[in-house]
Design a protein around this ligand. Sequence first.
Ligand code: NDP
Length: 334
Amino acid sequence: GKVLVSGANGFIASWVVRNLLEEGFAVRGTARSVEKGAHLQKLFASYGEKFELAVVPDIAQEGAFDEAVRGVDAIEHIASPVHLHAGEPDDLIIPAVRGTVGMLKSAMKYGQSVKRIVMTSSCAAVLQVEPEPKTFSELDWNTQSPREVAEMGRDAPAITKYRASKALAERAAWDFVEEHKADIAWDFVTINPPYVFGPTIHDTPTPESLNDTTKIFHTMLTQPSAPDKLQTGNSWVDVCDLARAHVLVLRTSEAGGERFLISAGPYVWQDWLDAAPYSTEVPLEKGVPGAGKDAAHWLCYDASKAARVLGMTAYRSMAETARDVVADWEARGW
Ligand code: NDP
C-alpha cells in the first residue's frame, strides 16, 4: 500500500518514512517546498519510485491536502508547528488545528482509497499539571492548557501554548470524525508520545539546526546546567520506537478509533547524563552521578494499551538511545 506522510522532512516523520519504506510500503511525503524535500530525495534515493515528494506549502490553507490524499491507502499526519517561541497562541493553534482538520476534510472529499488516518498527537493533549505526580492514560485529556491560553493569551508560558495547540488539534480531529462518521470510509487513530529523542536523519547540518526536542537534548548533555535543573524531567521515547509504532498501527485493525500512549518511561536530566557513554570526541556533562535516582517523576504515562493492542512491549533504553545519539554527534564532528 501507499502511505501519505505529512511534514516528511521533520525529525519524527523522516524516521516514520524510513520505517515504512523498510517495511515495504510506498510513501508520498509532503514538505513545504522542493528545496525542503531535497534532503529526503537523497536520503531515500535507493527506494526509487517507492518514495515520492509532494509539495504542500502551508498545511493551514484551505484544501492544502486535496491533491496529496489522492490514491493513498493510509495517512500519517505528522506536520504541526513544534517550537517554544510563539507570540500569540494562535501562531501555533491555527496551523495545528487547521492542518489536522484540513487533512481529514481532504481525505473525506478526495481520499477514496484511504482506510486509516493516523495523527501524531502528543502527551501534550493528555497531561495536566496536577499537585501530585501522576500516571496518565488514554482516558485523560488536557483541557487545562486550552483554558489557560484562553485566559492569558500571549502571556501564557510558551509550553502551554504548544500543549494547547496539540490538545485542540486532537480534540478537533475526534469531533470531526464523530460528526462525519456517516460520510467517511476510513477510521482514525492517534499516537501520543511524550518527549521524543534519538539520532536525526532529517537535514540537521549543525546543532543549531536541530528540531526543538533534539536541540534540548544536545544542550542538556553538552552544556552545564544548574543542579536543580538536572532534577527536572518528563517522560520520553526513542524516535525509532515511535516510528515502529507508526507502522504497527497501520498493521493492527483493532487499533481503529483508539488513542495510544507510546512512552518508554520517565527521566530526569541527571539520568541522561548517567546513561551517556564516555566519549573522547564529544565532551559531555557529568552533573552529580546518581543524584537523579530519588527524583520525583511528575508526568508518567501508562503505555500498557499499546503493549496489548499493538505489541509495543519493549522500548529502547536510555543507555541505547544515549549511545546512538552521541555516536551520531561524533560522526558529524560536533
Ligand atoms: P519537526 O519540527 O521536526 O517537524 C514538524 C514538521 O511539520 C516539519 O516538517 C514542518 O515543516 C511541518 N510544519 C509545521 N507547520 C507547518 C505548516 N504551517 N505548513 C507546512 N508544514 C508545517 O518536529 P517533530 O518531528 O518533533 O514533530 C512532529 C510531530 O510530532 C508534531 O506533530 C509534534 O507535535 C509531534 N510530537 C513531537 C514530540 C517531540 O518530542 N519531538 C513529542 C510529541 C509529539 P518545516 O520544517 O518546513 O517547518
